[in-house]
Design a protein around this ligand. Structure first.
Ligand code: TEU
Ligand code: CA
Length: 557
């Protein structure tokens, strides 16, 4: 028996940039409620809502100050309940973002914990003495800083894998865990249908907190002179998928999810394809997982290393995920990733922009697994042409650029930020061709993409040939046809790096999906003659013998 979350397409809303209802330039919850009919017409069955909890927004809401309070600029708890009711009235579900690896340093727990070593909340966080006058170990954080910050008042260091204002919670502490489970049940009792779990593979840490990289070499940390900065190293082997993580997730399921028709999808930060099932297969931990190998195909040692897209490598990753992850999620982007059509498609001309955006829709969302769309993906929204750093809002890019300036590599860093910066995904949703793309009557908190004049929901709703209407057809196929919602997925043309081809089959229903992922016409030994095929979906007006650049066809077999 399939679960609701295996049969619907899920749409991620980044509330700050979705729709501003009161003209303060910031998206808000009533703005989302006002757009539910748009989402219903798109054909999505659930919304994943990025954090709406009270937050100082150091990391745009992923730094929570009060887990049971709605962020003031997003609205009130009544607004939230109206959104939840509005979704349920339309037969749609709501998945909240659960950020419990860390809180904000302005959370009451941390205010207490950092007031004294004896405070009862001290062990809600991770405090250690320094070593040789420096951090307890050599771990680097995710945002270009060391992973520890010194607290003068209590003379110890606290762990923060992300920003300094995001202290890691100590999951070894059963009191902390009980508080989190209580909070989860608070939202589930209200009728929330599930959670997307932020950096969930990192909850458990090696309690020895050893140095990362080559065997912890004490001298590595010894700083002979002030200008010699120690080498900070990502401590993945000590913080990713640690054994205790599985205990925590099982306990969370017992305390919160058992007996409820709810779901949890984990953000599989640093989890390989081969490791994914350790969190999924017995169903006692996560229901689904976002696995990120696809998000790394155009990166090197770090996301900022720009590597040309290799469609052969992309295909291999896609089919490896299909084959090895028992409950797969399908996504091209989210609020942390650049826009799909700019990254995996082509924006050189309006024709190729439209065609490649549609090709990506068919390529990804007709595969096997639950499809997750990121807001604006259905319009073909693109990366933003940031003029300079004053237009940046994201701490990850801002910190990265700051460090690059110290190293004199700011020009290269800027290049990378334009291509990979998270702000690309966070520019306002483009609703129509009025001021600020209809996002806000005020001054948006982040600039609106100037291409909103032709990339916007209103114009695309009226255009039968738009990216939006193509997404509607893909979603209708995906959710309305057993071959696509439940069927097997068999790869074809595996050795051809240009063409993504697969058969979806369930009983008598069989369909072939063929997508040319490149800018060249792809001549090859096709499984069917396109001119004789029964085409049910196509991103071009006529049929030729070979797939033209970014051409996608879906044929009934
Ligand atoms: O992201 C986790 C994470 O690993 C990010 O660093 C992401 O991989 C990177 O930004 C890609 O460029 C989650 C949230 O999705 C992100 O928005 C938060 O900043 C982060 O956790 C901390 O909560
Ligand atoms: Ca607002």
């Amino acid at each position: 028996m399939k679960k609701w979350w295996e049969e619907c397409v899920i749409y991620q809303v980044y509330p700050r940039s979705f729709c501003d209802s009161n003209g303060d330039g910031i998206g808000d919850i009533p703005g989302i409620t006002g757009k539910l009919d748009y989402l219903k017409a798109l054909g999505v069955g659930a919304v994943w809502l990025s954090p709406v909890y009270d937050s100082p927004n150091d990391d745009m809401g992923y730094d929570i100050r009060d887990y049971r309070k709605i962020m003031q600029e997003f609205g009130t708890m009544e607004d939230f309940k109206a959104l939840l009711a509005g979704l349920h009235e339309r037969g749609m579900k709501l998945i909240m973002d659960l950020v419990v690896n860390h809180s904000s340093d302005e959370h009451e727990w941390f205010r207490q914990a950092s007031s004294s070593r004896e405070n009862p909340y001290r062990d809600y966080y991770i405090w250690r003495d320094g070593k040789n006058g420096r951090e307890p170990n050599n771990w680097a954080g995710f945002f270009s800083t060391p992973a520890w910050k010194y607290d003068e008042r209590t003379q110890q260091w606290y762990l923060h894998l992300f920003s300094e204002k995001q202290p890691d919670l100590n999951w070894e502490n059963p009191k902390l865990r009980a508080e989190i489970y209580d909070m989860i049940n608070f939202w589930l009792d209200m009728g929330v249908d599930g959670f997307r779990m932020d950096v969930i593979p990192l909850l458990a840490k090696n309690q020895e907190f050893p140095d990362a990289g080559p065997a912890g070499d004490e001298t590595e940390m010894q700083v002979d002179s002030a200008e010699e900065a120690p080498q900070y190293v990502f401590g993945g082997e000590h913080i990713v998928l640690q054994p205790r993580l599985h205990d925590y997730l099982r306990e969370m399921r017992e305390k919160c999810f058992d007996g409820r028709d709810c779901m949890c999808v984990g953000e599989g930060t640093c989890v390989s394809i081969g490791q994914a099932n350790s969190l999924l297969e017995d169903g006692r931990e996560l229901d689904q997982l976002f696995q990120f190998d696809l998000m790394d195909v155009d990166g090197g040692a770090s996301k900022w290393d720009l590597v040309p897209l290799d469609t052969g490598k992309l295909k291999r990753k896609l089919f490896e995920q299909q084959e090895k992850i028992c409950r797969n999620t399908l996504f091209w982007s989210n609020h942390d990733q650049p826009r799909a059509v700019s990254r995996f498609g082509c924006t050189q001309t309006e024709e190729l922009w439209k065609r490649s955006a549609k090709m990506l829709a068919a390529a990804m969302h007709l595969m096997k697994g639950t499809s997750y769309l990121f807001q604006g993906e259905e319009l073909g929204m693109t990366n933003f042409p940031f003029a300079d750093e004053t237009e940046l809002r994201d701490i990850e890019s801002i910190n990265f650029l700051k460090e690059a300036k110290k190293a004199g590599t700011q020009d290269k860093a800027w290049e990378s930020i334009l291509v990979k910066g998270r702000d690309n995904a966070r520019t306002p949703m483009q609703w129509d061709e009025t001021k600020n793309a209809g996002f806000s009557a005020g001054t948006p908190w982040i600039a609106v993409n100037p291409n909103y004049t032709y990339i916007n929901a209103e114009i695309e709703q009226k255009d039968e040939d738009s990216v939006l209407n193509f997404y509607r057809k893909v979603i209708a196929l995906k959710t309305g046809n057993a071959a696509f919602s439940h069927g097997d997925c068999t790869e074809l043309l595996a050795d051809d790096a240009r063409i993504l081809a697969y058969v979806r089959a369930c009983g008598e229903e069989k369909y072939l999906v063929m997508c040319n992922m490149t800018g060249e016409t792809a001549k090859a030994e096709y499984p069917v003659r396109l001119k004789e095929a029964e085409i049910v979906l196509h991103n071009m007006d006529d049929v030729q013998e070979w797939l033209r650049p970014y051409e996608a066809v879906v044929c009934r077999l």
